[in-house]
Design a protein around this ligand. Structure first.
Ligand code: GLY
Length: 283
């Protein structure tokens, strides 16, 4: 029996200790609400896969968030971005790691879904994108340049989208400029299966300190637990509690094929918005 279901969507704009002032927090809230609304509308007429790419692109293009335009700089002052994309219905992961001079890393991850080799890194990822016709683009904003000069290193990073469409397919995308001030070339969790994972049962996107997310294998572990019989809620709280016991900083958003939506974090705040078609909830 193939019944179409109510689509579900959750997005995040990173985690942190409420960095910045109230005005900035309010901007983040307004942006997330707007992007959640637009992406949900898109999800209702397309697929979870298309909606994830659409939503991540909007988040990357918004300079408030540390992904795409507005990415943080690594220790040498250079921006290196990473994005991961997973189509749960096909169990296919793709991503770019430390790509430079492109506007939307998620679009390069999307292109890689159609290749046999689905994850590219560094200079060759950049070259691949430019050869496909994506124009050279400088994602550095005046605000990030200033932060970089003052050596301001935050803990916020990453944007993510998890979507469930009317035919119960789940997709996930995550994009980041890293944590800021890291060793040049350091690899984020976002374009790994610790930060981005989906299958037929659930999808999860992580945010927070990449090393903590990788050590805990967050997204893949939660999704696997759901596949093995845990409820999404129990699977997430188990991973969050394990993270808390190690004093780790991370958060996760997720959706299961039965339509459960979850958001949780070890500490700090995770900036999120979700929609079930009736109401939008904001952090
Ligand atoms: N989660 C973003 C990073 O650690 O790079």
């Amino acid at each position: 029996l193939l019944m179409s279901i109510q689509p579900k969507l959750i997005i995040h704009g990173g985690a942190g200790s409420l960095e910045g002032n109230i005005e900035k927090i309010n901007h983040i809230r307004t942006s997330l609400e707007d992007i959640c609304d637009k992406t949900y509308t898109h999800l209702c007429s397309t697929t979870s896969y298309d909606a994830v790419i659409y939503g991540i692109k909007l988040l990357e293009d918004d300079p408030l968030f540390n992904a795409g335009t507005g990415s943080k700089t690594q220790h040498d002052g250079q921006i290196r971005m990473s994005a991961g994309l997973m189509d749960g219905s096909k169990a296919r992961f793709s991503g770019v790691i430390n790509i430079q001079n492109v506007q939307n890393p998620i679009l390069i991850a999307e292109r890689l879904q159609n290749y046999n080799h689905t994850v590219l890194s560094g200079e060759m990822a950049t070259k691949f994108a430019h050869e496909l016709g994506y124009k050279a683009y400088n994602p550095l904003t005046a605000e990030r340049l200033q932060e970089s000069k003052l050596n301001i290193v935050g803990t916020t990073g990453t944007v993510g989208v998890v979507a469930l469409d009317s035919s119960r397919k789940i997709s996930v995308g995550t994009s980041t400029g890293g944590i800021g001030g890291e060793i040049p070339g350091r690899v984020s969790d976002s374009a790994t299966i610790a930060g981005t994972y989906a299958n037929l049962f659930a999808g999860v996107s992580g945010t927070g300190i990449g090393e903590h997310i990788i050590n805990s294998g967050v997204a893949t572990k939660i999704v696997t637990r759901v596949e093995d019989g845990y409820s999404l809620k129990d699977a997430v709280s188990k991973s969050i509690n394990e993270g808390k016991s190690k004093d780790y900083h991370f958060g996760a958003i997720g959706i299961s094929s039965s339509g459960d939506i979850i958001v949780d974090k070890t500490k700090d705040t995770i900036y999120y918005a979700f929609s079930d078609g009736h109401t939008i909830s904001i952090f």
